[in-house]
Design a protein. Sequence first.
Length: 433
Amino acid sequence: MKILFTNVTAVTMDEAGSVLQNACVLVEGETISYVGQSRPEGEFAREIDCVGRVMMPGLINAHTHLPMTLMRGYGGGCALQSWLSDYIFPAEEKLDGRSVKAGTELALAELIAGGVTCVADMYYFCADIAQAVAQSGLSANISRSLAAFEPTDTPQALPSWREMRELLEEWHGFGKGQILVDASIHAEYTSFAAPRLWEKLAFYAADRKLGIQVHISETEREHQECVSRHGKTPIALFDSYDLWRGRGVAAHCVYVTEEDMALMRERRITAVHNPISNLKLASGIAPVPKMLERGVNVALGTDGVASNNSHDMFEEIKAAALLHKGLGRDASAVTARQALAMATRNGAAALGRNTGVIAPGKIADIILLDFTRPGLTPCHNVEENLVFSARGSDVVMNMARGQVIYEHGTFYTLDVERIRHEVEAYALPRIFG
């Protein structure tokens, strides 16, 4: 199927930072086949006139816990450890596959309407998550995070390891790569009792060429206790177990050191900045400008909605740009283009995805925003408006892998009323009574 977009302002996010006025973009199947200012020849199944619209690559949310939409705002006002111990872990004990799927579908509706086309998720009941994502049309790197609170020499016997293996066998590569499975350690502080887990998972992931997702140095307490236990930071500790031999995704990185940053650049580990969640939980502020200066790839994530309370990636983009300007008293600390790159091309690199840029040969993950709306008018600089003025609600079309999955408030792959009923009638009563 050929779909032609005409008269569009295209923020391509290519290396040159090209913004094309009155452009044409042609999508054939799942792929972008043409980008330019001349109309391509041929016949098209659909032609979309984009006067007043801005096109950009679909947003990539590089750190999520999708089912946690069910706990949106639950336990607010607490720091991370008390929030987890007193609120989140007890609630999660009551989850089952059906409630996880309902929470995932609710998250997907919010993400799709806000312009997200790809996510990295870390949770459990992952087969139910994968099924929901596959039906939605989004792409996802899904990981069953592993933890071990007791010593073990045979981590392969853990139920979570079995779930990870079954997820890999059933879902890795599904839909021509729509679903990819990553390996995952939840964090050092939830697995330090069983270092054999790190050793075995490092070998398992490298042997199968899997990416790795890990929570890293989210709080000062976590970071310092790791140093006290092992004499090494979490980044360095996991490196000593060869965990970073493949594509590494390190969520948070609030307290990474200069030595950590050098290691991250060398091992090509992506730092996923979660500004809103880190602020809400009072965890701190990641040293993003320093990481960028030192050549570390930095992507963006929302974290779980329970600690955010939103999946609006435009909010994260704005926060990532503003936060570091104010903190460093430097108006150029994170530029608009850098903030957009974190949510697009950098996220694609983090997840091993051929997307994040509007260019021929790239997967057709594309969104349109309505720039005729009062909050986006006038427009003196498109990138500035996208970063500092746009909201998820300004998205009027979401195309994922060449398929229009959302347009002008209509979802084409999700039944939102059914999802709402499932959440309200089953999932929430199961967790909260």
